[in-house]
Design a binder for this molecule. Structure first.
Ligand code: FAD
Length: 404
């Protein structure tokens, strides 16, 4: 690969990197994705995909691969962990598709990865090189030269555009002198319950996303894999943890953090299989995310956010699509495309991060603040709560480009 060959190199074959590869290829560009791992297996956890993400996946041809195994929940419900009293409900299912013109889905991450790979590997414009770590980058002059290490050998890869989609602990973010991430002091706990193994036992309804909230934690439960499994994600305070994704979690610590919760909540934690913990790291949204030589950061590498709005992957998908669209919209002027990309994405990411911070404040409230929260949510009702999400779930690239 040489500079000025029109080639695009992407570091990382996660959600951001694979979506970007598919989006660039859809505009006729040749792309090579370098992935550090030797295999592209995803971890055993779920993910919520809101309509702003599924609309893009539909346009890129990924959705047909995902729909047969995804679940289309009927609602998001928020309940108090102590009493399980319903405090808010947002209609999804057909209502979501009517309102936001795309489905709200809950999926297993491995199924999303498989759907992205099915599309990427069929496309002759996309090469995926596994076991290949991007270790350095030279942004001088026109184009970028990456150093790629494979089988113990490091070689240069010159390209017109390099994309850092290498996740929360991004090497390319550090090389590009963007801010490093920091540990938020919160741990995410994840577990999966196979519904077959628990026939006859009360599980939360399998046709919705159930969020239970309390001062010290929240727990989200939703179905995945055509309803054959229930995915659980809890967030608690936690000790600092090293830079890695998954560690075995001690169920007793989780139960202690949930003290005072309804027996329904505690039973769910108890009946789940192995819990794993993830330290939640965050990357400041002020960047920079681009370099005029031909470089852009996308997804968690640019702006990893805590999962309170369930939007990290959706933002990675939006970033990928916006970048590919901007590069196509300004042919031969990568610098102008990158300025437009960064401007559009910063506005959006700041707003979405603020929504996540607000959710955290509301979900983990206690005492009088929690009482006010419950009253306000009740008074707004399902329709108004859905309307409050129009700016988030109704996002569309063409409307955004029109605002430039
Ligand atoms: C508990 C929890 C729940 C969440 N729930 C949701 C949700 O419901 N909805 C939602 O939208 N988001 C959710 N998210 C956020 C979402 O998981 C992330 O935002 C998303 O996975 C980021 O994707 P990515 O491709 O940017 O990064 P990653 O998925 O981390 O991918 C990065 C890839 O780069 C590779 N890589 C790393 N370094 C190098 C290198 N030097 N060279 C080459 N390759 C490299 C890695 O191996 C990896 O494959 C959640 C996050 C957490 C922690």
């Amino acid at each position: 690969m040489t500079a000025n060959s029109g080639r695009i190199a992407i570091a990382g074959a996660g959600i951001a990197g694979l979506t970007a590869a598919i989006a660039f290829a859809a505009h006729g560009r040749r792309v090579t994705v370098f992935e550090r791992s030797t295999s592209l297996d995803e971890l055993g956890a779920g993910i919520q995909l809101s309509p702003n993400a599924t609309r893009i996946l539909a346009r890129l041809g990924v959705l047909p691969h995902l729909l047969p195994i995804a679940v289309r929940p009927e609602a998001i419900e928020i309940r108090r962990a102590d009493t399980m009293r319903l405090i808010a409900s947002v209609p999804l299912g057909d209502a979501a598709e009517r309102r936001w013109a795309a489905p709200y889905l809950t999926v297993h991450r491995a199924d999303l990865q498989s759907a992205l790979l099915a599309v990427a590997t069929q496309n002759p414009n996309i090469d995926i090189v596994t076991g290949a770590s991007v270790t350095d980058a030279d942004f001088e002059g026109q184009g970028v030269t990456l150093s790629v290490e494979r089988d113990g050998q490091t070689g240069p890869v010159a390209c017109d555009l390099a994309v850092g989609a290498d996740g929360v602990w991004s090497t390319l973010r550090r090389l590009g002198r963007s801010k490093t991430g920091h540990y938020t002091g919160n741990l995410a706990w994840r577990a999966m319950i196979r519904t077959d193994d628990h026939a006859g036992i009360d599980l939360p309804p399998m046709d919705r996303v159930t969020t239970v909230v309390a001062k010290n934690f929240h727990l989200v439960a939703y179905p995945v894999r055509s309803g054959s499994a229930l995915n659980l994600v809890a967030v608690t305070r936690g000790p600092d943890a090293p830079e890695r994704w998954s560690t075995m979690g001690d169920r007793e610590l989780l139960l202690a953090a949930m003290k005072g919760s309804s027996p329904d909540v505690l039973r769910l934690v108890d009946m789940a299989g192995q819990w794993t913990t993830w330290p939640i790291h965050q990357v400041a949204v002020d960047g920079p995310w681009t370099n005029a030589a031909g470089f852009a950061l996308i997804g968690d590498a640019a702006h990893a956010m805590p999962p309170y709005a369930a939007q990290g992957a959706a933002m990675a998908i939006e970033d990928a699509d916006t970048l590919a669209t901007a590069i196509a919209r300004w042919p031969g002027d990568t610098a102008a495309a990158l300025i437009a990309f960064e401007k559009l994405r910063r506005r959006r990411i700041i707003k979405v991060s603020a929504r996540g911070a607000f959710n955290k404040f509301a979900w983990h409230a206690s005492g009088p603040v929690a009482m006010v929260r419950d009253r306000v949510l009740k008074s707004r009702g399902p329709e108004k709560l859905a309307a409050d999400l129009d700016w988030l779930y109704g996002w569309d690239i063409e409307t955004e480009l029109g605002k430039l």
